[in-house]
Design a protein around this ligand. Structure first.
Ligand code: NDP
Length: 489
């Protein structure tokens, strides 16, 4: 696939690339919407059925390949993706809009994810227990869950699918994957990598289509487990389908992540990290800093630093030299974010800073810092773009209460030198990840990742080794009694 032409995409089912049979669709370049990146015919119910049938049919064979052979295939995939890194990053920038630096970072993180789970294949997988009988051994074994339905968003079109599919495959499951409609070409690139790495036919199946196809996928009783990342409303719809039918479910959803800044913080450092966390990837990160909670005198020292940093951001096409913030992914996303800023101003918010953005038909929204009351809609509802709102409070208690005042609970950051204040935030801010003197974005693949409350679902976390193993495998307990030697033999 070159970045200059329009690709014609197929679905990957049972080891074959198959044309779609539904309506025609396309993905376009958000920096230049007349540039059609890819076109395809969407998968219909029949193709989805073929994908699920092939995944179920491949399950026994993939289990019997053995964990070390599966790890080797994942390592091959990491190497192939590493080799294709520059081409895949350019494709991601063209299709999703993020800057080349962000896209390269995402490809690198995806390579690391594949290597990490490949390495996990060599770790111990069970526990032995004492038995009441001296001739018996009790031990646990992990077995595959079966066939996993994977539904992913467009904002990390490579990394999130790797977070989910690499451990699913390592633990011996087969996969049917429905990626986001806005980034199908990146999805096809990853499926190509997995196929070239030696993933057997039927083990990974890619079906491209709209949300309704995702609904059909997660409703199918042959899908034993569903792993989803996306918005809260879609997540709740999926929960209401999967849980009543007895499926296993893991979800990571939206966020409205606070950064608490205390008066003793390093203000220049805090402003730099908040700017990066709020604006990198055009603010289209579930972990982006959406609210800046300035405590007491922190406000007057933080705001000049923050507004200067945001004002200076360079906005432009992701592949332009020096661009720090690209376009939003789609016209709809651009209109929603621009509408939220307008609404905030209508509700009484003040624009403290706004960078310059091109007015050339690309889906740009100028990175914006607002100031206002906690009652603003934008301070309570997720807005998925380059905008953050500064709120003032008198003390740390009020900051923690305000941080916890939305139904979300994904990430948070706290900026301070005071250990007691930091510990109070780590313990009492309702977020699955709390970052201290660091941006609310970013995570390590070997540490558990996930939110609380509406940002997640009570299931084993993504990433970190024990958590993913718990989701993608079933623990069985074996009682192994040794027989005495047969006197006749
Ligand atoms: P959506 O929830 O709209 O879509 C996510 C995926 O679900 C897409 O593949 C989408 O398909 C599919 N989908 C849509 N409707 C349905 C349905 N009824 N049944 C099954 N699947 C469906 O989210 P976005 O793609 O807009 O992603 C942004 C959201 O994701 C934000 O809220 C963000 O916070 C969250 N997110 C959370 C992360 C986390 O780890 N907590 C990380 C990254 C993002 P289609 O594209 O065809 O509509």
């Amino acid at each position: 696939m070159t970045t200059a032409s329009t690709a014609t995409l197929s679905h990957y089912i049972g080891g074959d690339w198959r044309p779609g049979s539904g309506k025609r669709a396309e993905s376009t370049n958000p920096a230049a919407p007349e540039d059609v990146v890819a076109q395809y015919e969407i998968a219909d119910s029949e193709l989805l059925d073929a994908a699920i049938t092939s995944a179920v049919g491949a399950a026994r064979g993939w289990d019997e390949v053995g964990v070390l052979a599966r790890g080797k295939i994942l390592r091959n995939a990491a190497q192939i993706l590493e080799r294709r890194a520059e081409e895949v990053a350019a494709l991601m920038t063209r299709e999703e809009g993020k800057t080349l630096a962000d896209a390269r970072g995402e490809v690198g993180a995806s390579v690391e994810t594949l290597y990490y789970h490949a390495g996990a294949a060599r770790r111990p997988t069970g526990t032995t227990y004492p038995s009441a009988s001296p001739d018996e051994l009790v031990r646990t074994v992990r077995r595959p869950v079966g066939t996993v339905g994977v539904v992913t968003p467009w904002n990390f079109p490579l990394q999130i699918p790797c977070w989910k599919m690499a451990p699913a495959l390592m633990w011996g499951n087969t996969v049917v994957w429905k990626p986001a409609s806005d980034t199908p070409a990146v999805a096809v690139a990853l499926a190509e990598v997995l196929a070239e790495a030696g993933v057997p036919a039927g083990v990974v199946n890619l079906v491209i289509g709209p949300g309704s196809l995702g609904s059909e996928l997660v409703a199918d009783p042959r899908i034993d487990a569903v792993t989803f990342t996306g918005s809260v409303p879609v997540g709740h719809m999926i929960r209401d389908i999967v849980i009543p039918r007895g499926g296993r479910l893991q979800m990571e959803l939206g966020g409205h992540n606070p950064a608490i800044v205390l008066p003793d913080a390093d203000m220049a450092g805090a402003a730099a990290f908040i700017t990066a966390a709020a604006m990198n990837s055009t603010g289209q990160k579930c972990t982006a800093t959406r609210r800046v909670i300035a405590v007491g005198s922190a406000y007057d020292r933080l705001v000049p630093e923050l507004t200067a940093a945001v004002q200076a951001l360079r906005v432009g096409p992701g592949d332009e030299d020096g661009a720090q913030v690209g376009p939003l992914v789609s016209r709809r996303a651009r209109d929603e974010v621009a509408g939220s800023i307008e609404q905030a101003v209508g509700e009484g918010a003040t624009i403290l800073a706004q960078a310059d953005a091109p007015d050339d038909g690309g889906y740009y929204v100028a990175p914006t810092v607002l100031e206002g009351q906690a009652s603003l809609t934008i301070a309570n509802e997720e807005v998925f773009g380059p905008v953050t709102t500064v709120l003032r409070v008198d003390d740390l208690d009020a900051a923690i209460d305000l941080a916890n005042a939305t139904p979300f609970g994904l990430t948070a950051s706290v900026f301070s030198r005071d250990e007691a204040s930091i510990r109070r935030c780590v313990d009492h801010v309702a977020a699955g990840l709390v970052k201290v003197n660091a941006p609310s974005t970013g995570s390590e693949v070997h540490a558990p990742f996930g939110g609380l409350a509406d940002s997640s679902f009570p299931a084993p976390r993504e990433q970190g080794s024990d958590a993913v193993a718990d989701f993608f495998s079933v623990t069985k307990t074996a009682y192994l009694r040794a027989l005495p030697a047969d006197p006749g033999s």
